[in-house]
Design a binder for this molecule. Structure first.
Ligand SMILES: C[S@@+](CC[C@H](N)C(=O)[O-])C[C@H]1O[C@@H](n2cnc3c(N)ncnc32)[C@H](O)[C@@H]1O
Length: 470
């Protein structure tokens, strides 16, 4: 039986109308259906070939660009278009901000369906490149070959790569020469590790057969100049591991925390792994408004440090503290927001699921000589309950900054039960934030909204909302 082939349709001279969720642009086919298109910018006029046909929409790609949008800029990265990382690098920054703001508005209106005040202007990031303080790269012996490489007919000595996963291809890695997201010496560290590994015959990970030696590389940089490097190995080989780690330590003496982990699990997540120190100390220090925050390999820290400072200032401003309040900081991570607002509050209680992050939060508070913050570890839906409130007191303000999935419905229910007068909801996913706002609408009114761009060149956007009890 022959396989049914997807019908490929060509539409000519189609104007790209909008940019939307997941960084994909939107156009309309002559039959009225929506077409989702990557790598184009609203205002472009293109020929489209469909790649998928669904009842309500098409997915496609532009095969020819007839005229370019005025919102376009030349991408500066050689990997643009292949690497999935910076999908909007071909769009002017002001236009990126426009579409991010629109995305938040659409989500809050369409999913949240709550009454909204006028938005405060989206806050752009001063740094539009080299703003990330954390990058993770994968080693692979199955390098992704670009169209040009295949067309060149060139023979390659090996197929090792150190870089990013090709979108939707779990076993293929795009080799990265220069990434424009993390400051120096990030590119040098990655490239020299790769070169050394190849020269010394260290095996790159084979995801299909689950074998090999080198698995992932994480680099964290901080505004203090401190640098963390973590190399993940698939299996132990002491001689080769030490060979590589000694090379890294000698070649980059500015690394203040050199770590490794041996992880033979099916997946490469680190949360359940025993991370070992090779040289330096186990954490790096970040600084903000005179406060120091230690960050270990497992802790969450906002990836754009400069813009995190702006985000926290907006959060503090929305909270409107006078010095008399009991504040809860839910999903506190390493206790950054808690400590940031603490001098304007009577007391702050932080809650977070990752034990290492809470250890950091406590150590940070001690280092910063902050005595009015307390931190508790556990899954929010279990920890944040009536007993917790009875023990720690009725909050005056709750700040909540959940992960992308938003808050568990039990956490929302508990928030409603607290009767807290003010909630500041910081979110990196306005769709789940909108869902949660809808659940709170009966009791809480949205008073202020301000999107913040933490991730230039991508479609991601952070959003801060102030809610007050009706
Ligand atoms: C978006 S981060 C916010 C961190 C912090 N507010 C900051 O600005 O650095 C979300 C945090 O929620 C934590 N988290 C995720 N799921 C959780 C859960 N079910 N219970 C408690 N904390 C959770 C994560 O570990 C992470 O630290």
């Amino acid at each position: 039986m022959g396989r049914k082939r997807t019908e490929r349709i060509v539409f000519e001279n189609i104007e790209v109308l909008d940019a939307g969720a997941k960084g994909v642009s939107v156009a309309k086919a002559p039959d009225g259906k929506v077409i989702f298109l990557p790598n184009v910018v609203p205002g472009d006029v293109v020929d489209v070939q469909t790649t998928k046909k669904r009842k309500a929409y098409y997915e496609g790609k532009a095969t020819k660009i007839h005229s370019y949008s005025k919102d376009r800029v030349e991408p500066i990265c050689e990997h643009f278009g292949v690497c999935g990382g910076c999908k909007w690098q071909n769009m002017k920054y002001e236009s990126q901000l426009f579409y991010k703001n629109q995305e938040v508005q659409n989500n809050l209106k369409r999913i949240g369906k709550v009454e909204l005040p006028e938005f405060e202007p989206i806050l752009g990031s001063e740094k539009q490149f080299f703003y990330r303080n954390k990058m993770e790269f994968g080693f692979s012996n199955a390098r992704w070959m670009t169209q040009e490489e295949i067309a060149s007919g060139k023979e390659f000595e090996h197929k090792n790569a150190l870089g990013f996963h090709i979108p939707r291809m779990w076993d293929k890695i795009l080799d990265i020469e220069k990434c424009h997201l993390q400051q120096d010496p990030s590119n040098a560290i990655r490239n020299e590790i790769k070169e050394f590994a190849v020269k010394n015959g260290l095996e790159f990970y084979d995801a299909r057969n689950q074998e090999g030696f080198l698995r992932t590389l994480m680099i964290r940089t901080a505004s203090t100049g401190e640098i963390m490097v973590l190399i993940q190995f698939y299996k132990e080989n002491k001689a080769n591991r030490e060979l590589l780690l000694n090379f890294v330590a000698e070649r980059f003496p500015e690394i203040t925390s050199l770590l490794y982990v041996i992880n033979s699990k099916g997946n490469d997540t680190l949360y359940d792994q025993d991370i070992k120190l090779f040289k330096g100390r186990e954490y790096i220090l970040e600084e903000m408004e005179g406060l120091h925050f230690s960050i270990n390999a497992k802790s969450f820290y906002q990836t754009n440090s400069d813009q995190a400072y702006e985000l926290y200032k907006i959060t503090r401003d929305f909270a409107g503290l006078t010095g008399e309040e009991l504040v809860y900081d839910l999903y506190t991570g390493t206790g950054t927001i808690a400590q940031f607002v603490s001098k304007k509050a009577k007391k702050v209680i932080g809650v977070e699921a990752v034990p290492e992050a809470i250890e950091d939060a406590k150590a940070n508070a001690e280092r910063n000589k902050i005595t009015n913050c307390e931190f508790f570890v556990g899954d929010m839906k279990n920890v944040f309950n009536d007993e917790f409130i009875a023990t720690h007191g009725q909050p005056d303000v709750i700040i909540t900054d959940p992960p992308r999935d938003g808050m568990h419905k039990d956490v929302v229910e508990m928030l409603l039960k607290t009767n807290v007068p003010k909630i500041v909801y910081v979110s990196c996913n306005s769709a789940t934030q909108a869902r949660d706002l809808a659940l709170m609408d009966e009791k809480y009114k949205v008073i202020r909204v301000r999107p913040v761009d933490m991730f230039p060149q991508t479609h991601h956007v952070e959003n801060v909302v102030l809610l007050e009890k009706r």
